[in-house]
Design a binder for this molecule. Structure first.
Ligand code: MN
Length: 275
C-alpha cells in the first residue's frame, strides 16, 4: 500500500502533540488483504485511525475488536504499553484509504494504563465552501467527546473553494492534504506536502480548486522534546530500550493481541551494542 509520510520530517518533529501522520492508499483491498498490520506495540502515544474509504478491523491487547469505517474515530491510548493489529475485515472489498496519526502523551499521562475509544458520531460544521468534522478538540464552539491529554485539535476538511479557517492564536498547525490541492497565498499544498503554520494566527485564508480533502492538526507547542523510535514515543534511550526489551521478551506489559497476522518484531535501536 502506498504511504505518504507528512510527519515527522527533518526540522519538524511535532505540531502541538501531533508527532506522526501517514496518508495510506488509495489501494485495492480484498476480503483477506487490506491494511495487514500485524500485532505491534506502542508506548507514550495515542493512535488515530481515520478512514476515508474502505473498512478495517482493529484488535488490541485490551481485548477490543472494532470495525473501523469512514467517519468514525478510533483512538487508542498506549500509555505505559499496548499492542494492536489492523486487519482485513473478511468481507469488505474495494478501495482503502485513510490516515494514521499519532499524538504524543504528556508526562502527566504517558506512564498510565492503555485505553481505547470508538466514536461513531462526531460533530460536523458547515462554513462557506467548507465541511468540517471535529475528530478531537474544539472548533467553532463544538467539541469532540474524544479524550485529549493536551490542548489540541484534529479536523477533517472538505473544501470546495475560497474559505476562511478560524484558528487559535496559541496553537501551531499542520495541514495535510489528502485529495486535490489547497492554495495558501502563493503556496500550493498537494498530497505528500506538510503545510506548517506557527502560533500567532487567528485565521487562515485557503482556496481549494478542485474540491479538496485535508486534515488540519493543531495544538499548543508540545511541553517536551520527544524521542521517537519505531513505534515508541519516550524521552530517553533508556525508556526506548526498556520498551524494546519488553516487546522482544513478550513481557506482560504489552499483553497479547488475537490476530491471524504475524507479530512484528522491532528493529534493534542503533545505539545498542550488538548482543
Ligand atoms: Mn500501530
Amino acid at each position: 500500500m502506498p504511504v505518504r509520510r507528512a510527519l515527522p520530517r527533518r526540522g519538524r518533529r511535532t505540531v502541538g502533540a501531533w508527532c506522526f501522520a501517514d496518508h495510506m492508499g488509495p489501494a485495492l483491498a480484498t476480503k483477506d488483504h487490506g491494511l495487514d498490520i500485524g500485532p505491534h506495540p506502542h508506548v507514550g502515544l495515542q493512535t488515530v485511525t481515520w478512514l476515508i474509504q474502505g473498512e478495517a478491523l482493529h484488535h488490541d491487547s485490551l481485548g477490543t475488536e472494532q470495525l473501523i469505517t469512514p467517519g468514525a474515530l478510533n483512538l487508542m491510548t498506549a500509555g505505559s504499553g499496548v499492542a494492536h493489529a489492523e486487519e482485513a475485515t473478511g468481507q469488505y472489498e474495494g478501495s482503502l484509504q485513510g490516515v494514521q496519526l499519532w499524538i504524543a502523551q504528556p508526562d502527566a499521562t504517558r506512564h498510565l494504563g492503555p485505553a481505547f475509544e470508538h466514536h461513531a458520531a462526531l460533530p460536523q460544521i458547515a462554513l462557506t465552501n467548507l465541511d468540517v468534522t471535529v475528530l478531537l478538540g474544539e472548533f467553532e464552539g463544538v467539541s469532540s467527546a474524544a479524550r485529549r491529554d493536551t490542548e489540541l485539535v484534529g479536523l477533517d476538511l472538505v473544501a470546495r473553494g475560497p474559505t476562511n479557517l478560524p484558528l487559535r492564536g496559541d496553537f501551531e498547525y499542520a495541514l495535510v492534504v489528502l485529495e486535490g490541492s489547497l492554495h495558501i497565498g502563493d503556496d500550493v499544498l498537494e498530497p505528500g506536502n506538510l503545510g506548517y503554520l506557527a502560533p500567532g494566527n487567528d485565521e487562515l485564508f485557503v482556496d481549494a480548486t478542485p474540491p479538496s480533502r485535508a486534515m488540519l492538526l493543531g495544538g499548543v507547542p508540545f511541553e517536551s522534546e520527544i524521542l521517537m523510535w519505531w513505534n515508541f514515543v519516550a524521552r530517553s534511550r533508556q525508556e526506548i530500550d526498556g520498551a524494546y526489551d519488553d516487546w522482544r521478551n513478550r513481557d506482560n506489559r504489552f499483553g497479547t493481541v488475537p490476530s491471524s497476522l504475524a507479530r512484528i518484531e522491532s528493529p534493534e535501536p542503533y545505539w545498542r551494542e550488538p548482543s
